[in-house]
Design a protein around this ligand. Sequence first.
Ligand SMILES: NC(=O)c1ccc[n+]([C@@H]2O[C@H](COP(=O)([O-])OP(=O)(O)OC[C@H]3O[C@@H](n4cnc5c(N)ncnc54)[C@H](O)[C@@H]3O)[C@@H](O)[C@H]2O)c1
Ligand SMILES: [Zn+2]
Length: 332
Amino acid sequence: MVSPVLLEVGSRSGRYGIHIEPGSAARVSALLDGAGVPRRRFLVSNPTVWRLHEQTFAGVTPEEPILIPDGERHKTLQTVGRIYDALIRAHADRASAIVAVGGGVLGDTAGFAAATYLRGIPHVQIPTTLLAQVDSAVGGKVGVNHAQGKNLIGAFHPPALVVVDPALLVTLPRREFRAGLYEVVKYGVIASRPLFDRVAASLAALFRRDPDALIPIVVESCRIKASVVEEDERETGRRRTLNFGHTVGHALEAVTKYRRFRHGEAVGYGMLRTTRRSWLGSCTSCCRRRSASAKSSRTSRRTSLPRRCARSACPGRRIFRLQADVTRSRAL
Ligand SMILES: NC(=O)c1ccc[n+]([C@@H]2O[C@H](COP(=O)([O-])OP(=O)(O)OC[C@H]3O[C@@H](n4cnc5c(N)ncnc54)[C@H](O)[C@@H]3O)[C@@H](O)[C@H]2O)c1
Ligand SMILES: [Zn+2]
């Protein structure tokens, strides 16, 4: 029996809780009641998640679940329109709430519908991917993509509650799990060396979804995200650090039409690219010396940067080593 971890996040529209506990999804109704979520609840999910977890959520509401198509290419205003249609058909009013059950795509889309339907109704996030549990469900950013770019249409609409049940990740395909792990690595780099080292030391257990390995990294990631967004909800300062790897990552996603990379994978490559670029500026002379002597090699001619630093404390070296481990973990 693992005791629940409760975190609180301050936002302009009040405080909300993050409830982290394996098995919490099974008693979500009580948690919603406890958080004062309006009684008329509309569950939004997608067919993939619903097929796997319908049993867990079937009793949450007597209303028909609103199922929207799965996939980043459906994170559009058209899909938001389908949610509006279902809400209007059911006469949902201001005393109604949306309960989003799914990954980051689902949470962002359903959250945006909640932000805009009747000028805003409450929403609850129940993230079912690692990426959504450690990142997208926390912080109140909701939105959809536009043909011209990712997340171009959106709002800040903090949830009334976030319920994180790491046990839901058991059904997550390992590629999706690995993609989420890159966002955890991101927190390690920007905010917590112990978290980074913990991920590096427990990859096999994490991929087995071993709760002893998984829960601490989910909790620590949520803690970091909560602290960053509480300090800078509207992304005018510290919240920008969460975008580490994302400029390149979003560009990679866009040029490959959101089909080739999972979001976390694109961010993983983005972090590598950004680190390579900034490495020489921040590392001590060892990298620069190596770079100079390697300039004639084929690799460095291509990248104009050294492939590897000899200094064990070099941050660049640590990131590259972990990236190699995560990629290799395909075999685990
Ligand atoms: N709002 C934010 O602050 C924020 C932060 C980071 C990322 N994001 C967004 O999150 C999105 C990526 O989210 P994602 O990586 O969760 O992808 P996703 O939502 O596409 O989910 C990945 C796949 O896993 C499936 N799935 C979800 N839960 C499952 C489960 N328990 N078992 C089996 N399959 C399951 C989904 O249906 C989907 O097919 C991007 O659109 C990104 O822009 C938003
Ligand atoms: Zn991200």
